[in-house]
Design a protein around this ligand. Structure first.
Ligand SMILES: Cc1cc2nc3c(=O)[nH]c(=O)nc-3n(C[C@H](O)[C@H](O)[C@H](O)COP(=O)(O)OP(=O)(O)OC[C@H]3O[C@@H](n4cnc5c(N)ncnc54)[C@H](O)[C@@H]3O)c2cc1C
Ligand code: SF4
Length: 339
């Protein structure tokens, strides 16, 4: 690890001002925020990230570590830990997809350290990205190429890829937020703003090194999850190479509003198969107004992967992703939703 300047501002305002001043002095400064550190410190040790400045946000946990509920929504402070939110009785009862997506992620130790904000901003696990001895990685070194295109790409994405990057978005919680139409509140040098969670991540396109639509110096402060009817009948199904402490090979966050056996609203997001948290709009449309049956679930799954672009080693993800979605839909349809 290389030397860096470390600070731990005591409040949101001071953190924002500090990053603003660093960027004003040098817009290309390699400064980073740190929350739980479980992504940042890993990547610093691997020398994938080499920040000259680390602004530690852990003091914000006191102010932004809350889990709140009112009639219309759940409000989750971005510095609440994954473990706290996963274990919260209201979350388990009323938005099970959130509790499940968090409790099926990483390990108990990591979930205790890691924050919600850091979780949604974690970086890809593409082995070429994480190993600087590989020269070709557009995400790590813009314009250098993509070693995964002709390399080992079993773990890579089949949806939302580009000719410049086929890396998979690795997180779980993001799919739950996407399916539930969550919004986020961010605070930055230009004040605070609210944006749909769906607008946070960027497709790789020609610039895979740009991963989000956050403005420089912005901090995620809060996630707002609507307490909609489909949230209570929701589920996260995660398929991985081993049953614990492993990233998704394919996953599905699904939330349904069913009336007398007919789908009024379906909300579906896919993980492990796409370059960003992936909303399966075509699958949702295919289900609307229909009884949820094996047949309608299969039609929806086919629609979800109609535009898939597999590579040499990951074609199996199309069939696996479809069967994961069918299983999740049938499972959630038979659930007794929380009152
Ligand atoms: C072995 C291992 C297995 C794992 N398995 C899984 C898994 O199965 N599923 C899964 O979802 N995750 C998994 N993870 C990833 C883990 O969940 C993330 O590393 C963690 O959630 C990141 O949170 P953090 O608070 O530690 O973030 P940090 O490492 O502190 O930060 C991550 C990134 O977010 C930025 N950041 C942090 N908070 C904010 C904020 N509030 N506003 C703006 N920027 C911010 C940082 O600058 C950094 O770029 C695994 C990690 C490891 C090491
Ligand atoms: S898939 Fe993306 S992250 Fe992986 S080597 Fe290619 S450009 Fe880099």
């Amino acid at each position: 690890m290389r030397p860096f300047h470390y600070s731990r501002p005591p409040s949101m305002v001071e953190a924002v001002v500090e990053m603003r001043d660093v960027l004003a002095a040098d817009p290309h400064a390699s400064a980073t925020f740190l929350a739980g550190g479980t992504t940042v410190l890993d990547l610093m040790k691997l020398e994938v990230m080499q920040p000259s400045r680390v602004i530690d946000l852990t003091a914000l946990r006191q102010e932004f570590g809350y889990i709140r509920r009112d009639g219309a929504s759940f409000q989750l402070g971005a510095f609440a830990s994954m473990a706290e939110v996963a274990a919260h009785p209201d979350i388990i009862a009323h938005v099970p997809v959130i509790a499940q997506s968090l409790s099926l992620a990483a390990s108990a130790q990591l979930r205790n350290m890691a924050s919600l904000g850091g979780n949604v901003l974690q970086r890809t696990r593409c082995a070429y990205f994480r190993d600087p001895s590989w020269g070709a990685c557009n995400k790590r070194v813009p314009g250098s190429g993509c070693a995964a295109l002709e390399g080992a790409n079993r773990a890579h994405a089949v949806l939302g890829t580009s000719a410049h990057c086929i890396a998979t978005y690795p997180g779980d919680f993001a799919q739950a937020l996407l399916a539930l139409d969550a919004t986020i509140v961010v605070v930055g040098p230009r004040g605070s703003r609210t944006l749909p969670f769906a607008a946070l991540h960027r497709l790789p396109g020609t610039t895979p090194h740009l991963e989000t639509h956050l403005h420089p110096g912005e901090i995620i402060a809060e996630f707002i999850v609507p307490a909609a009817p489909w949230a209570r009948r929701s589920l996260y199904l995660k398929i991985r190479d081993r049953q614990s402490y492993e990233f998704a090979v394919a996953s599905v966050a699904v939330a349904l509003d069913i009336d007398g056996g007919t789908v009024r609203e379906a909300r579906i997001a896919l993980g492990g198969v796409a370059s960003v948290p992936w909303r399966a709009g075509e699958a949702e449309a295919a289900l609307q107004g229909l009884p949820l049956s094996d047949e309608s679930a299969r039609t929806a799954a086919a629609a979800a992967f109609a535009d898939a672009t597999p590579h040499a080693h990951n074609a199996f993800k199309v069939a696996l992703g479809q069967s994961t979605l069918v299983r999740a839909l049938l499972q959630v349809a038979s659930m007794e939703p929380a009152p």
